[in-house]
Design a binder for this molecule. Structure first.
Ligand SMILES: Nc1ncnc2c1ncn2[C@@H]1O[C@H](COP(=O)(O)OP(=O)(O)O)[C@@H](O)[C@H]1O
Ligand SMILES: [Mg+2]
Length: 325
C-alpha cells in the first residue's frame, strides 16, 4: 500500500491535485462493509473484531463475503480503504508483512494463474510453468499457513469465471471453496460484477455460494443520506481547494444525475470538475465549465444536466426527453 504524502492544507497546483486525487469520499457504505466483516471474524470480549477468521468448529471451515457491483461502482476504492483503516487487518505484500492478501485478477487469468499470483505475493517467486493447477493451489495453502495469512481479498474475481477453451469454471469454484476449507481457516472476500454471484450459484450443490455473505454496492438515490454525504464531500473538497461553489446551482445534484448516482463514476466527474478549476487557476466553479468537462468525458450532444438554468426546470426537461436512458 502506498503511503499518501499529501498535505492537509494544499497550496500549489501540484499539492492540490495530489490532495484531490488521494481523497476518499465516505458514503455510509464503509459502515455496512464493516458490519459484514464483523460476522466473519472472531470478536473479543470487548466486542472488537479480531483478525482471527471465525471458523466453524464442527467443520473447520471459514466463511466469505462477495462484494458485487458494476464496473466503476467503487468496489476497489471501498475495499482498499477498508484495508488502510481497519485496525486489525493489514496488507501483506512482497515487501511488507501483514495478515491480509489483496489480489487483483487480470482479465485473461486462469485459476492456476491466480494461484501463481498468490504465490508471488507471498514471496514465492519461481513458480514452475509445468505445475498443475491443483498442485499450485496446494502450495498456496501451505504458503498461507506459513505466513499467517488470515484473509484474502480477490478483486475482479469474475475474470476467473470467463468461459472458453482451457477454462475451468468448476475448478474455479473448487479453488475458492478450498481457501475457506484449508489453511486453518482463511476469510475470503471476493469482489466483482454482479454475474460473479450467478457464476458461483452455478455450482449444483450450491455449497460454495452458501458460505458467502453478500454485499451489493448501491447507487446514490436523490435526496437520501448518501446524496447528502456526496454534496458534503464535494463542498468540503471545494473549500480545501479554495474554490467557491455558486449558491443555489445544485452542482452536486447535477453531477449525481449525470452519472445516475453511480458512486465511483459520480466521484470521478466531481473530481474532474474540481481539478479543471484548480489547474486553470480559477477561484470559483461554474456550470459553464462543468458542462465543458462533462461533454469532454461523456460524448453527450444536446442538453446536459449542467445547462445553466434553474436545476428543477432542467431536470424536468431532461426527464421528459428520457435523457441518458
Ligand atoms: N468513495 C470514493 N471516494 C473517492 N473516489 C472513489 C470512491 N469510490 C470510487 N472512487 C473512484 O471512482 C473510480 C471507480 O471506482 P473503483 O473502485 O475502481 O470501481 P470498481 O472497482 O467498482 O470498478 C476510481 O477512480 C476510484 O478512485
Ligand atoms: Mg475495481
Amino acid at each position: 500500500m502506498t503511503i499518501q504524502t499529501t498535505t492537509a492544507n494544499p497550496m500549489t497546483i501540484t499539492e492540490k491535485t495530489a490532495w484531490l486525487e488521494a481523497r476518499y469520499w465516505r458514503f455510509g457504505m464503509e459502515e455496512e462493509l464493516d458490519d459484514q466483516l464483523f460476522d466473519l471474524f472472531e470478536i473479543d470480549d470487548n466486542g472488537a473484531m479480531t483478525a482471527q477468521p471465525r471458523v466453524d468448529p464442527l467443520t473447520g471451515e471459514s466463511r466469505g463475503l462477495m462484494v458485487l457491483g458494476r464496473s466503476g461502482d467503487g468496489k476497489t476504492a471501498l475495499l482498499k480503504r477498508m484495508l488502510r483503516v481497519n485496525a486489525v487487518l493489514t496488507e501483506a505484500s512482497e515487501t511488507q508483512e501483514g495478515n491480509t492478501l489483496y489480489i487483483t485478477v487480470p482479465p485473461e487469468a486462469t485459476i492456476k494463474k491466480v494461484a501463481e499470483l498468490i504465490l508471488v505475493k507471498t514471496g514465492y517467486q519461481r513458480v514452475d510453468a509445468k505445475l498443475r493447477s491443483a498442485d499450485a493451489w496446494e502450495m498456496v495453502m501451505h504458503r498461507l499457513t506459513k505466513l499467517g495469512i488470515l484473509a484474502i481479498i480477490i478483486d475482479e474475481c469474475h475474470h476467473i469465471f470467463r468461459r472458453g477453451a482451457g477454462r475451468d469454471v468448476a475448478g474455479a469454484i473448487q479453488s475458492l471453496k478450498h481457501i475457506m476449507q484449508s489453511a486453518g481457516g482463511v476469510t475470503l472476500i471476493i469482489a466483482g460484477v454482479p454475474s460473479l454471484r450467478d457464476d458461483i450459484l452455478a455450482e449444483e450443490s450450491g455449497e460454495t455460494a452458501r458460505r458467502f455473505q453478500e454485499f451489493s454496492m448501491g447507487d446514490i438515490g436523490p435526496g437520501g443520506r448518501a446524496a447528502t454525504a456526496f454534496a458534503k464531500n464535494f463542498a468540503l473538497s471545494a473549500r480545501t481547494l479554495g474554490l467557491v461553489i455558486p449558491e443555489d446551482c445544485a452542482m452536486a445534484e447535477r453531477i449525481l444525475f449525470a452519472k445516475h448516482g453511480q458512486i465511483g463514476r459520480s466521484v470521478q466527474l466531481a473530481k474532474l470538475i474540481l481539478s479543471d478549476a484548480v489547474t486553470r487557476k480559477r477561484t470559483a466553479l461554474t456550470l459553464e465549465r462543468a458542462e465543458v468537462v462533462f461533454r469532454k468525458n461523456s460524448k453527450c450532444i444536446g442538453m446536459t444536466p449542467f445547462h445553466d438554468e434553474n436545476w428543477e426546470a432542467v431536470q424536468r426537461e431532461l426527464n421528459a426527453i428520457g435523457w441518458g436512458q
